[in-house]
Structure formats: structure tokens, C-alpha cells
Write a protein that binds this ligand. Sequence first.
Ligand code: ZN
Length: 231
Amino acid sequence: MKPNEILLNTTDNEISLVDLIGDEHISTSIETPLRDDAFALSDAEKIERIEKHFREIMLTLGLDLTDDSLRGTPRRVAKMYVKEIFSGLNPANKPSIALFENKYKYSEMLVEKDITFYSNCEHHFVPIMGKAHVAYISNGSVIGLSKINRIVHYFAKRPQVQERLTVQIAEELKKVLGTEDVAVVIDAVHLCVSSRGVEDINSRTVTSHFSGAFGEEGRKKEFFTYLGLQG
Ligand code: ZN
């Protein structure tokens, strides 16, 4: 595909596969699928473009954009997409992480739980809201606690599927901390499931990633105990 070319011609088969993947929330890869030219445009250029397209969506829906309440919506949405809810697509916004020496020689697991995050489902572009619980065992360095929240928020601010979000957080922590001993559990509500589709208002989705020492049942159980869950 040429830069900025959008594939519009899908066959019936492709459409049904596309629909199926979307409603089952299947992800195709661990990496967020980004185009090679993802950052060829500046934020300002992206905002301008999205504003134009979003105006077109609203007009197509039949909304009257001369109404004072709606007039500014296309620009508001465009800014919100680029600068806020999808700002985690841009590696330039990745939080810089400082590590500290583990002076206390604390060798037990460190758990940061109930990290609230807001993301958006990449199949429907409606919110995913939930809590991330993270644990790691230091191999000599420790990370500022607020930095764990920042890593969670960075990856949440992308169009996402929950499994990918879970793995992306875990992989980043492993890289930053230089250890495989990392666990991530995410418990979330998907508005595309609760407000549309099957309209199940009570279901939650839990995903987890355990590596290194967290592969051991004892460690896993201990982590679940801290979370108030049965291992
Ligand atoms: Zn969805």
C-alpha cells in the first residue's frame, strides 16, 4: 500500500472475517499494527486531517454542524485522539524511566495493584476501562512506583485489545527492569460488549501474563493473594 492509501475494496469474505475478528476481539499481533509512515505527519497535521474526517462522519449521520453545541466537536475529537486517548501510539510520548538501586535488598515481590486505566477497543473505538495489577521481583534495581502507572497509561492510550495491552506492559517492564520476573493481570470492562453487541453489563474480562519466577505456582498464588483473588 502507498502511504496514506486506504483499502476500501474488500470482498464479502474479507468483510465477514473482519466482522468476526472485531466482535470476538481477537488480536492479530503483540505489536500495535502501525504503518511505516505512522509519524510522517506532525500532530498538528493529524489533528487537521482527523477534524475534517470527523466532520464528514457527523454530517453523514445527519447532524447540523451549525449548531453551537456541535460546531467545535470535530476539532475537539481530533485533538483528544492525537493528544490524549491515542497519544500512546507515538514512541515520543513513552515515559522515561529512572531506576534506583535496590538498597534495601528487598528480594520479595513488589506489587502495584489497582492501577486504573482507560483505553479504547481497536475493533469498535469505544472505551475499555479497568484495573491493571503488576508485580515484579527486583534483580538489583527498582522502579519508581508512579512510573509503573505511567507505563500502563502509555500502552492504554492506543487502540487496543486487552491481551495485547497486558503483554505490552509486561514486555516493557521486563526490558526496563532487566528481569523476566514480571506478572501483569488486567481486569476490565469493554463498553463494546456492555453498551452494544450482546449488551452484557456484568461481564468483565481478565487477562494475565506471568513470566520468570511467576511461572511457579507458589509465586502466582502469592500474587493472587495480594490481589484478593483465589490462585
Ligand atoms: Zn470492541
